[in-house]
Design a binder for this molecule. Structure first.
Ligand code: FE
Ligand code: FE
Ligand code: ZN
Length: 276
């Protein structure tokens, strides 16, 4: 089964997002757990949640995305404690959608060093993941911009190694980010997968962010592009989305689109590939 979707706003309720997803032939989607820049999350609307769950019959796992502002390894102790609280609350929300994934950017160590940053991220995860958490927590692969942690498979592995409940940990591969980080998914996607398997383990690969990149391999920039309008290209992206090893994973578009643009990209990915 090909589970394809895009990032949608849930500010008008989850049920509306489900309807939007269906209108563009999506059978999964991603949404922010709270305003991406703010920190306040709205109370869960129980009726809306039930309606959404019923309407999602046949959907793949949903991806809940943590706020970009949540930095679990910021140097400021107070801000770090606050971020850890946000994570806890986000996981409680994720638990309300059984089988869904919670994905977040590991964080930026802002000069503290990678080792300290990784330890702080793992510490927050250890206090947030309860034994009965019914979902999975995904670390997103990053472009390695600035002091960002997660620009290499080794760094993600190091975080997982320090987490107590490793069975709850997975990884979301963002195509734009790993390309920008220096993994050549155009010429050697199988080689990248082999390396992922060796370092992290392929069974931890739980979701894909399907983006083209405005920049060159190893540019460490993180600027998403429409499929085919970037340096990765339509053909490589199509091949990856249909790769045998990724069967059944939610594939989420985070290209700079509104709903119709996402619809066109989903229809391209669901269709037969034609060189235009
Ligand atoms: Fe992300
Ligand atoms: Fe992403
Ligand atoms: Zn990005």
């Amino acid at each position: 089964m090909l589970y394809l979707g895009c990032h949608l706003s849930s500010s008008a309720g989850l049920y509306k997002a489900v309807r939007q997803a269906k209108s563009i032939d999506a059978n999964t989607f991603q949404f922010f757990t709270r305003n991406p820049r703010g920190s306040k999350a709205k109370a869960i609307d129980e009726k809306d949640l039930q309606k959404a769950i019923e309407a999602m019959e046949g959907f793949g796992s949903l991806v809940l995305h943590g706020a970009y502002t949540m930095n679990l390894c910021t140097a400021d102790k107070e801000a770090r404690t606050f971020a850890a609280e946000v994570l806890k609350d986000d996981l409680l929300r994720t638990a309300r959608l059984p089988g869904s994934f919670y994905n977040f950017h590991p964080g930026s160590h802002v000069g503290q060093g990678t080792i300290t940053g990784i330890a702080q991220i793992a510490k927050a995860l250890n206090s947030a993941i309860s034994p009965d958490f019914p979902g999975m927590v995904l670390l997103e692969t990053m472009a390695g911009k600035g002091s960002e942690i997660g620009g290499s498979f080794e760094e993600l592995r190091a975080i997982i190694d320090q987490v107590d409940r490793q069975e709850k940990m997975g990884v979301c591969v963002d195509l734009c980010h790993i390309w920008d980080a220096g993994y050549d998914i155009v010429r050697d996607f199988d080689g990248v997968l082999t390396e992922f398997d060796k370092i992290i383990g392929l069974s931890r690969l739980k979701a894909i962010h399907v983006n083209d990149s405005q920049n060159a391999l190893a540019s460490h920039k993180d600027r998403h592009a429409w499929l085919g309008e970037g340096k990765i290209g339509k053909e490589a992206i199509y091949r990856i989305v249909h790769h045998e090893a990724l069967k059944g994973l939610p594939m989420i578009l985070e290209t700079p689109n509104e709903l119709p643009g996402y619809g066109a990209e989903i229809s391209f990915l669901r269709g037969e590939f034609k060189i235009s």
